[in-house]
Design a protein around this ligand. Structure first.
Ligand code: TRP
Ligand code: ZN
Length: 512
């Protein structure tokens, strides 16, 4: 609860504006301990050597005879400077050592969800390219029952170990080969209630319908994934719902058919997306669609029970996009809009092309600042995503700076002069519980403001636009940002930014 309030505070809400009574306080095991392999221990105590062979325990902790010869050695790939060991079941993220997988690069996810039955019945095809010869590989999936896995239509062996699905293809996949991995599964998706984070993560089912809030580790609650921002892919999501229910998803709706009381709709996103930003929603949403002269599609989906709360708050969307385009460069995707769900979420979330809001924030005085914040994330976080979770200030600091900039424009004031006098912790070396703390938002925002005051508006704008140019559609690290600052404005400016990111004591913000 404390952390939730801090997040709200950090987003510029006056404490007390928002009811937090619906927020989750469930305490369960942290993510790591849900896995029977203690990957974090293995990573810190005994890094896996690339050629080494380690037995893979089954869910019961014993070796599964089917996998006696399974070798989870490191198949390589671009490590993006990550410190933790990469192995088949890990991409090497220091904050979440068990997250994501190595050995392949996902090209597309085709997710099919049937929501017309008592349980979710789903089929997801993950098309991936091997980066090394693979005798086996992993996908992340939390909960749910797997019925079958087929690789290029041949049945494959699999077993499960916590979040890991360990798959053994009928024959090794060659390096460079692309295969279609079909996973058929069913069950009731269970959001992850992690004590480190004040949000329930993943696919959420409510009396009124469903929605998704995954950042950082919840995507695997509804589809098998390489669940790390580094492995972006294209998404096609098809959802079947009882006739009369509306669906919403990323990108644009490309088809809708109804037969025998079932409506099936497909959403296709044209641009690469990190798994944590993929979302769908189902329920009684009013969808409004408008195509701007530029071709950009503005589509909002407001739940009928959230319409009054939403009022006219979304009317500023087009104006906000135009203002941000001047500063940050072209809006990076084909569509944008807001999904408003009839929940007191205590937060908003920048799902790609379809930011998620609850009614609490819509009715709070912070609605416009947070709308600006989530919109800015489409450039910073969504188009350019963090190389590791510990680079999260590249999302939250940038979105906070944008939120301040917009707020100053419309109200003549913002939180810079409050934030600058609070001693805030550095932005790197964060534990999982620290990803969404106030220092990440406010010291992150001040870091950019310090840079702007140092180099001036013009160069500052160049840096932000070049950031998207260079890293858009992929990921970038803190070091990439320091390098870019140095390249465009010199070592002095890079050193200043470095102090703001790393120094134990927060630097003093220069006056304008
Ligand atoms: N990225 C969100 C924001 O600041 C905060 C957030 C992180 C979040 N994880 C979440 C919100 C999970 C909802 C659910 O804009
Ligand atoms: Zn944010």
């Amino acid at each position: 609860m404390r952390r939730l309030l801090i997040v709200l505070f950090s987003l510029g809400l006056a404490a007390g504006c928002v009811s937090t009574s619906d927020s989750t306080e469930t305490t369960v095991e942290p993510l790591e301990t849900t896995s029977t392999t203690s990957r974090s221990q293995r990573t810190t105590e005994e890094p896996i050597d690339a050629s080494g062979s380690t037995s893979v325990p089954s869910a019961s902790g014993e070796s599964d005879p089917r996998f006696a010869s399974l070798d989870p050695g490191d198949p390589g790939g671009d490590a993006m400077g990550l410190a933790a060991a990469r192995e088949l079941g890990s991409i090497g993220d220091p904050t979440f050592p068990g997250l994501g997988n190595s050995g392949y690069d996902v090209q597309t996810y085709a997710i099919n969800l049937d929501l017309t039955r008592p349980e979710l019945v789903a089929e997801t095809t993950v098309t991936l390219t091997a980066l090394a010869e693979l005798d086996s590989f992993h996908l992340d999936l939390v909960g749910l029952t797997i019925d079958e896995i087929r690789i290029d239509d041949e049945p494959a062996l699999f077993m499960r170990d916590g979040r890991e699905v360990i798959i053994r293809p009928p024959e090794p996949i060659e390096s460079g080969q692309t295969v279609a991995v079909l996973v058929a599964y069913h069950g009731t998706p269970e959001p992850i209630a992690d004590q480190d984070l004040p949000f329930n993560l993943g696919f959420q089912t409510q009396s009124w319908g469903t929605f998704v809030a995954s950042e950082p580790v919840g995507a695997a609650t509804w589809f098998p994934a390489n669940d790390h921002p580094q492995d972006k892919a294209l998404f096609t999501i098809t959802i079947s719902v009882p006739e009369g229910t509306t669906t919403a998803g990323p990108g644009q709706r490309t088809s809708s058919t109804t037969a025998e009381g079932v409506t099936t709709e497909t959403w296709i996103a044209a641009d690469p997306m990190s798994t944590y930003l993929a979302s769908v929603a189902t329920g009684a949403f009013d969808v409004s669609i408008e195509t701007l002269d530029s071709g950009l599609v503005i589509r909002h989906a407001v739940h009928a029970d959230a319409a009054i709360a939403t009022g006219t708050e979304l009317d500023t969307t087009v104006e906000m996009i135009a203002a941000f385009e001047e500063r940050f460069g072209p809006y990076p995707f084909e569509s944008y809009g807001i999904l408003v769900v009839p929940e007191q979420l205590g937060f908003a979330l920048e799902n790609q092309t379809l930011s998620l809001f609850g009614t609490d924030i819509m009715t709070s005085p912070a609605a416009q600042p947070i709308l600006a914040h989530e919109l800015a994330h489409q450039w910073f976080g969504d188009n350019v995503s963090p190389a590791a979770w510990d680079d999260i200030w590249l999302n939250e600091g940038f979105a906070t700076w944008a939120e301040w900039w917009w707020t100053e424009r419309i109200t003549g004031t913002n939180n810079v002069n409050t934030a600058r006098f609070i001693p805030l912790e550095p932005l790197k070396g964060l534990p999982a519980s620290g990803l969404f703390e106030i220092n990440v938002y406010w010291r992150g925002g001040l870091t950019l403001e310090a840079l702007r005051r140092d180099v001036g508006d013009e160069i500052f704008g160049q840096i932000l636009r070049e950031w998207s140019n260079r890293y858009g559609g992929g990921v970038a690290s803190t070091q990439n940002f320091l390098d870019l600052v140095e390249e465009l404005s010199g070592a002095g400016a890079a050193d200043l930014v470095s102090q703001w990111i790393f120094a134990p004591t927060m630097p003093v913000l220069a006056d304008e």
